[in-house]
Design a protein around this ligand. Structure first.
Ligand code: NDP
Length: 332
């Protein structure tokens, strides 16, 4: 079996030298354990935080130990009656081709025609659930709202925009980092208004895109776009703080938004959240979003990189914007 280890902690942008692919012998699963052949693994922005030796909600990765993260795979040997050989499972021992883990740390997911297992890492998995929780629960979206989402062409952002449209938003505005992504948001996902954040000051671009203001802002990016969004919020606007990717490679955080006084005059709220705290929403999420997908109403684009050996490059590329939709590594 092969697994990537973190061998040094990145300063600023990660590089492939921070990782090493290490081969070892896979043990047989003991009682209550399963052995899984990973079909696909996920690289996600929060992993940048786990590369730092600092306390956070997810423990730092240890140097010279296998990295971890979302993966979907097939059970090839089982010491558990609950999770027999052949089951499709989602678990947290990614960055490797084979894994042995306690069966109760794996979630069995259905094999369905027309549903790629990779979707359980994206639209029907963690990133889709993040979009759902942030929009509907944290930002209390209601039909008729004007929604702005930053990082709109990514895994979470592309679901936020589509969920908002499907739930009756009055206008959906998205920002992203390339002309191709802007076309994708407008022409494929049906966003009403879009801008490339490289094209000028975010406050000006958003003012043009959102002439009637913003009721719900879903923040994936932080920084300049967060300040711009605060400046555009309507009375009683709600901001869901999901991520702050513009800061993840910075060794020193940027100064915060300068316009927090608007929280008082416009009675705004801003709430941070972690998808992991909302497991109670799983059934509702699967019913609703699985239903949208099954009926062909949801576009779940993926950017697929092939081969375990390309995982660090895929991670580094994702941080730079190489992906449209969910970044996935398929292990063929
Ligand atoms: P994405 O699929 O959106 O990939 C990351 C994207 O970030 C890139 O494609 C790039 O797109 C964009 N980006 C990178 N640098 C910058 C920058 N400086 N300014 C603006 N955009 C930038 O990732 P996810 O959908 O998986 O995650 C999106 C956000 O959600 C992240 O902040 C992540 O940490 C957060 N998250 C939070 C969770 C929670 O529970 N709170 C759970 C899951 C994710 P572009 O080309 O547009 O620049």
């Amino acid at each position: 079996a092969r697994a990537f280890h973190l061998v040094s902690r990145p300063q600023g942008e990660p590089s492939e030298d921070n990782f090493r692919l290490v081969t070892s012998t896979l043990p047989d699963p003991g009682p209550g354990e399963i052995a899984v052949r990973n079909l696909a693994i996920s690289v996600d922005p929060y992993m940048r935080g786990r590369m730092r030796d600092a306390a956070s909600y997810a423990a730092p990765w240890q140097l010279d130990q296998p990295a971890q993260g979302g993966a979907v795979g097939e059970v090839i040997a089982s010491g558990s009656d609950q999770v027999p050989v052949g089951s499709l499972v989602v678990h947290n021992l990614g960055w490797r081709d084979y894994a042995v883990l306690p069966a109760d740390q794996a979630a069995v997911v259905p094999r369905q025609d027309g549903v790629s297992p990779t979707l359980y890492l994206g639209a029907l998995g963690m990133t889709g659930r993040t979009a759902y929780v942030g929009l509907l629960r944290i930002a209390s979206f209601k039909p008729g709202d004007i929604v702005f989402v930053s990082g709109a062409a990514g895994a979470v952002g592309s679901m936020v925009g589509q969920f908002a449209k499907l739930s009756g938003a009055r206008q959906v505005i998205g920002s992203a980092g390339s002309p191709a992504k802007i076309d994708y948001l407008r022409d494929v996902l049906g966003f009403d208004s879009v801008f490339d954040y490289h094209d000028g000051p975010a406050a000006e671009l958003l003012a043009q895109a959102a002439p009637d203001g913003v009721d719900v802002f879903f923040d994936n990016v932080g920084g300049e776009q967060l300040e711009a969004a605060i400046g555009r919020m309507n009375l009683h606007g709600r901001i869901a703080i999901c991520g702050s990717i513009s800061n993840y490679n910075k060794e020193q955080p940027e100064p915060g938004p300068r316009n927090l006084g608007l929280f008082i005059s416009s009675r705004l709220t801003m709430t941070g959240f972690l998808v992991g705290d909302h497991s109670d929403i799983a059934d509702e999420f699967t019913r609703t979003v699985g239903g949208w997908y099954a009926s062909g109403q949801l576009v779940a684009r993926e950017t697929v990189v092939h081969g375990l050996e390309n995982t660090p490059a895929a991670f580094i590329g994702m941080l730079k914007g190489d992906n449209t939709g969910k970044m996935i590594i398929k292990l063929d």
